[in-house]
Design a protein around this ligand. Structure first.
Ligand code: ADP
Length: 919
């Protein structure tokens, strides 16, 4: 303890002391609340709500609300919140993390801040690690909330849209981190405001916060899918450019300028752009009509065919601007882009906007319908959006720095209600795995004979099975839990405290269910109580009998030493070891724990093996004898610290890269949401139009220029060919000598507005606004998807490119920003062009088009988180640091990758033949 800590007490102690004072105030209200009738107590909720609505802060009603919640819990759940639970409740309410041991009652503790914050009516999200826990806790604690007049919803992945809206509309919503995150992403992909399910991110209580915000935060949530399959269309349209001719500008013989040799399109190699002339446009329409792609008499400008012109331009660019062995090569039936400047092949990279497919069609190779990221977010960035975030867990303290650094969350360690009596024994280190398993078997056998229950924690399913085989051979009955069937496993783990019980579990299995010494009879008692066939007397008698039996079992187990925990390996972080140990010694129970290690263990082999072996040799340890010394434990701990630091680094890198995308995502999503909610698009569209046409005019009639500098014929041509605006500017200038550049801009605006108003007049303001909204949303979505892919490539490339003296992260940021600006320009251009050039005949037509656009433009949509499936490369999923360090163990893979799946390291080998060999 440092000198200052001694004098002032640690911050933790000071906070506890402060909260303790509030607890006394809460306790003081108890006698009075106890006298209230149920109705009077229940009426408190409405009273609080009214006060909050009138402006009272939640902080100001905390004391009363906590007191009411406790009193209600006493009546409904027959549990009275302990004082330490009150303290924990305050920690959560103030947006911090409460560390509280397993079995201390975090579920009940959570009800206090949840009740208080629900009073604001803005919603409270309770986040759990799996659906089973969400459901269990919601049903259990939901009784209390509903008694107090608040609604509880459960947000499960299989719910349909309406049910989800109901769940989110509830005062309190339980669900998993994945589901909350995916819903957020999905809400930002809808085409109508009413299709969103969430209603803002207000207050979240994250249960097992370390698992969710740390372990699971190493990979982002990703929604991916394939763009709609247009293969046929690409091949057909590929025929069109061959029938069109390039318009060539030729120098006049006297050198006075250029004359045009008429043709169907022009090209600008620098800007990589092509443009159909008026004649070319007509010709293309005829060809497309002949091919049956465009109905007789229809125009490329018709609303129903707006995608066709897109395809046509892509094909034209592919033919006119992109050349084999210069811009790309054909390799193994694939188009591989060649970097123009370095000549290097950019394998895996694709051009956007349909160009790549057009080139594939041109070369007659297979048109790839590649998997695209449609949306993605890290948990860090998702959870940071909550106005107030809080969390609870049994093990946060070792990660307090990260919580503070990344989430701005402070960790407060809550003392146990009754101090634990668990004895954590020294690790035993053996030379070989065989000796280790032999020693474990002896330990388990001994417990079994004495009737002491044992929980054996393993790091992987393989290890569980190996151990299970050993126990079967020794004729020891046992259960194996693999975190596959959460509900069933919860039941087994609830009984893992019975005499002689032997349970093998991976660290994920049976989480959130606490192990009562002697087994859990609560459920059986409930069943009896609920059995209407029994008389009250019978019920009481049977329940009592069960409790008596339990009492004797409980006594037996307590005498045998409580629950014994065996660790088969140290985990990659000390926190996970503590999670395992924490399963024993709940609520002041006795218990013990011991980890068995061997030099073959992954962690030791890679990080500490040599040192420990040297120690063993120095001590001249005979074969089969374990070493049990502080110096070894310290080596192991330092190895764990190394792994922890590396994992922290991976998460931080992922976050730093995602932060760039995050700022951009926020802009795009905000824009999208404003669009969804906007009734009137007039202002937005007119400002877009004006900006666009001002740019076009100024390109030909520069600001503050004189007439000699103007290029009116050029402007006329562009307006006509590109925008379907026919304006006789040359003539105007000739007949009106005083015409200024500003006048010209005005005339252009007028013409554009007129054309626009004429369209609005045909279909009505509302329908046209709907159409504009859809065009805009679709354009945003398409470009955003391509932007995400571009960012991905950029991120990978930035590390391959040797940036001399340059910080890759800075470079990434700079380039990502440029790409983003370009994307915004493309969106504007796209939208204005479509809206200005679209030809509309009727309202029905435009509404049909709008409906068409709102349909999903992608297929095979996948929701991924950390399930490294074959379709996702690890580069997609992880920040570069994660695979740069592939010589180091990646224990968590073992739980998630199938043995026959491709190894996530990207080697192309099967997992079991690559990194899976380690596990
Ligand atoms: P944790 O999540 O902290 O491991 P749980 O919320 O699962 O613990 O609670 C463990 C057990 O303690 C539960 O069976 C619960 O009923 C019981 N419990 C919690 N708080 C109280 C209390 N104040 N009074 C009585 N029992 C409680």
């Amino acid at each position: 303890m440092s000198f200052l800590t001694k004098i002032f007490g640690s911050r933790n102690q000071r906070l506890l002391k402060q909260y303790q004072k509030t607890v006394r105030e809460i306790n003081a209200l108890e006698p009075q609340l106890e006298t209230l009738s149920d109705e009077a107590l229940q009426a408190k909720t409405a009273e609080f709500k009214a006060r909050v609505a009138e402006g009272a802060t939640l902080d100001s009603i905390l004391v009363e609300a906590f007191a009411v919640c406790r009193e209600a819990s006493k009546r409904v759940l027959k549990m009275r919140h302990f004082d330490v639970q009150m303290i924990g409740g305050m920690v959560l309410h103030y947006g911090k993390i409460a560390e509280m041991g397993t079995g201390e009652g975090k579920t009940l503790m959570g009800t206090l801040p949840i009740y208080l914050n629900a009073l604001s009516g803005k919603g409270v999200h309770v986040v759990t690690v799996n659906d089973y826990l969400a459901q269990r806790d919601a049903e259990w604690m939901g009784q209390l909330y509903s008694w107090l007049g608040l609604s509880t919803g459960i947000n499960l992945s299989q719910l349909d849209h309406d049910a989800k809206q109901v769940a989110y509309g509830s005062d309190i919503t339980y669900g998993t981190n994945n589901e909350f995150g995916f819903d957020y992403l999905r809400d930002n992909m809808v085409f109508e405001a009413k299709d969103r399910v969430q209603r803002g991110l207000n207050f979240a209580v994250v249960d097992e916060v370390d698992s969710i915000l740390i372990d699971e935060a190493r990979t982002p949530l990703i929604i991916s899918g394939q763009a709609e399959n247009h293969t046929e269309l690409y091949y057909k349209i590929n025929e069109v450019p061959k029938m069109l001719t390039l318009q060539i500008g030729e120098e006049t013989p006297d050198g006075s300028g250029k004359i045009e040799v008429p043709g169907d399109y022009t090209k600008d190699e620098k800007a990589h752009q092509v443009l159909l002339t008026e004649a070319g446009h007509d010709k293309a329409e005829k060809i497309l009509t002949q091919m049956g792609l465009l109905p007789e008499g229809a125009s490329l400008y018709d609303a129903a065919h707006i995608t066709l012109i897109h395809h046509l331009y892509a094909a034209l660019r592919a033919h006119a601007l992109y050349f084999k062995d210069q811009h790309y090569v054909v390799l193994n039936d694939e188009i591989v882009i060649v970097d123009e400047f370095t000549g290097r092949m950019m394998t895996g990279r694709r051009w956007s906007d349909g160009l790549h497919q057009a080139v594939e069609a041109k070369e007659g190779v297979r048109i790839q319908n590649e998997n695209q990221t449609l949306a993605s977010i890290t948990f860090q960035n998702y959870f940071r959006m909550y106005t107030r975030l809080s969390g609870m867990t049994g093990t946060a303290d070792t990660e307090a720095y990260e919580f503070q650094e990344i989430y701005g969350l402070e960790t407060v360690v809550i003392p146990p209600n009754r101090p634990s009596q668990r004895k954590d024994r020294q690790d035993q280190v053996y030379k070989s795995a065989e000796e280790k398993y032999g020693a474990m078997l002896k330990d388990i056998q001994d417990c079994y004979e004495r009737g002491q229950p044992v929980l054996v924690g393993t790091t992987s399913i393989e290890n569980s099975e190996l151990l299970s085989g050993i126990l079967t051979k020794a004729k020891l009955p046992h259960n194996v839990l693999n975190a596959k069937q959460h509900a069933r496993e919860a039941e087994i783990i609830a009984q893992a405290g019975r005499p002689q019980a032997i349970t093998i579990a991976t660290n994920m299995a049976g989480r959130g269910t606490d192990i009562v010494l002697g087994g859990n009879v609560a459920k059986q008692v409930q069943l009896i109580e609920a059995n209407d066939a029994l008389t009250e007397v019978d019920k009481a008698a049977q329940s009592q009998k069960l409790r008596d039996e339990w009492n004797s079992l409980h006594e037996h187990v307590v005498k045998a030493g409580g629950l014994h925990i065996i660790g088969t390996e140290r985990h990659e972080s000390r926190r996970v070891d503590n999670q395992l140990r924490g399963r024993s010694g709940r609520q002041g129970d006795p218990g013990s724990s011991r980890f068995y290690l061997s030099l073959d263990d992954q962690l030791l082999r890679i990080f500490a093996g040599d040192r420990v072996r040297a120690i063993m040799d120095r001590l001249k340890m005979p074969e089969g004898e374990p070493i049990e010394a502080g110096i070894v434990s310290r080596s192991i701990e330092s190895a764990q610290r190394k792994v922890e630091a590396r994992n922290f680094d991976i998460r931080k890198q992922l976050l730093e890269y995602d932060d760039v995308a995050n700022d951009q995502r926020k802009v795009i999503y905000q824009q999208r949401n404003e669009l969804l909610e906007a009734h009137d698009m007039t202002e937005l569209m007119s400002s877009l139009r004006h900006g666009m046409f001002a740019d076009i005019v100024h390109a030909h009639v520069p600001l503050e220029s004189v007439e000699e500098q103007w290029d009116l014929p050029g402007l006329e041509a562009v307006l006509s060919a590109e925008w379907a605006i026919d304006l006789l500017l040359v003539k105007m200038a000739a007949s009106e000598p005083s015409l200024t550049g500003e006048d010209i801009l005005d005339r252009v605006h007028q013409a554009v507005n007129q054309a626009y108003d004429a369209k609005v007049a045909i279909v009505g303001k509302e329908s046209f606004a709907g159409f504009e909204r859809s065009v805009m949303l679709q354009s945003i979505d398409t470009h955003w998807r391509e932007h995400l892919a571009a960012l991905d490539h950029l991120r990978q490339g930035i590390h391959l490119r040797g940036y001399a003296q340059k910080n890759p992260k800075q470079e990434y940021k700079r380039e990502a920003f440029e790409l983003f600006a370009q994307m915004l320009d493309m969106i504007k251009n796209d939208v204005v062009r479509t809206v200005v050039t679209v030809r509309i005949q009727s309202r029905e037509e435009i509404e049909a088009v709008e409906e068409q656009m709102a349909l999903p433009q992608v297929e095979n949509v996948h929701f991924q988180h950390a399930d490294f499936d074959a379709s996702a490369s690890p580069e997609e999923i992880m920040a570069p640091a994660a695979f740069a360090a592939d010589d180091q163990p990646e224990l968590s893979y073992a739980l998630k990758v199938g043995r026959n799946d491709p190894c996530p390291c990207g080697s192309g080998k099967k997992f079991k033949q690559c990194h899976g060999k380690l596990a």
